[in-house]
Design a protein around this ligand. Structure first.
Ligand SMILES: NC(=O)c1ccc[n+]([C@@H]2O[C@H](COP(=O)([O-])OP(=O)(O)OC[C@H]3O[C@@H](n4cnc5c(N)ncnc54)[C@H](OP(=O)(O)O)[C@@H]3O)[C@@H](O)[C@H]2O)c1
Length: 253
């Protein structure tokens, strides 16, 4: 499918673009500067070493990244409202995936701050009444996503008020090798999901790791097993634990 990424030139947008393009999707990677976006796409194509289909990754202006039905909003959370306000008309009718975390750094810790309406996703949904906002991907480690040669495994909590949009995002994520989408209820869950990223970042700083989220005690489909993704409810999940800590640098999830 076609996927747009607004603010796609940052670490998260780049990693996501690479993995989605490798999964066979056509990605329009957006920026406030289309030339910069195309430069980043050229770097990503090089990094993929010929593994991406021709035309699967295109650098565009943010407004052109709003053309597909599925659009990821990957700007820093502080810029999210102004960005969507500017693009509201172009975004009308789209499913908008909010990956933002409202965090501030305090020494060797990240702390969650509460944005208007309790979460970045709810804030964006309020600003875009004509869109279906889905919160997903907050715990993904951008650096690992972009490290194309390395195997990658992560659970992705996906929440939204619109069940169809939530399922569409689960279906998309399930096509990416290593990602396991987990439907996690309504957009009200985004506040806890986003805030937990502060814990994850703090763990990663303290352990010099790039850990991500893995839910124990549930059987959900993984990439390529043919079963519909995201069909279980997160209420059934008894335990969440942080996995993947290893020696190495970095602090982002
Ligand atoms: N980094 C991670 O590991 C990670 C993991 C999970 C979720 N996230 C979330 O994903 C989002 C992107 O993270 P990131 O680290 O990739 O962010 P970033 O590098 O700080 O920003 C991404 C892009 O957004 C654009 N941008 C910057 N400031 C902006 C503003 N004020 N208004 C509009 N656009 C602006 C820039 O692109 P142009 O200059 O090209 O327009 C920038 O390259 C954040 O909301 C973050 O919370 C990050």
């Amino acid at each position: 499918m076609d996927v747009g990424i607004i603010g796609g030139t940052g670490p998260l947008g780049r990693g996501l673009a690479l993995r989605l393009a490798a999964a066979g999707h056509r990605v329009l990677l957006g920026s406030r500067d289309a030339e910069r976006a195309e430069g980043i796409c050229a770097e990503l194509r090089d990094a993929a070493g010929g593994a991406l289909a021709a035309g699967s990754l295109q650098g565009v202006a943010n407004v052109d990244a709003t053309v597909p039905d599925m659009v990821v909003l990957a700007t820093p959370w502080e810029g999210a409202l102004a960005t969507v306000a500017e693009l509201a008309e172009a975004l009308h009718g789209r499913t908008v995936v909010s990956v933002g975390n409202a965090l501030v750094r305090h020494g060797r810790e990240a702390h969650a701050v509460v944005p208007p309406r309790g979460s970045v996703a709810a804030m964006v949904q309020a600003a875009l009444p004509g869109c279906r906002v889905v919160a997903a991907g907050q715990h993904l480690p951008a650096r690992s996503l972009a490290d194309f040669g390395q195997p990658f495994a992560a659970d992705v909590l996906v929440c939204a008020d619109d069940a169809e949009a939530r399922q569409a995002v689960c279906d998309l994520l399930c096509t990416v090798e290593g990602l396991r989408p987990v439907a996690a209820g309504s957009l009200a869950q985004a506040a806890a999901i986003e805030a937990f990223t502060a814990v994850l970042v703090t763990v990663n700083i303290g352990h010099r790791a790039h850990s991500t989220l893995r839910l124990a005690g549930m059987t959900l489909p993984v990439h390529g097993d043919g079963r519909p993704p995201g069909h279980e409810d997160a209420a059934d999940v008894p335990v969440a634990h942080v996995g993947g800590a290893s020696a190495g640098g970095g602090s982002r999830p």
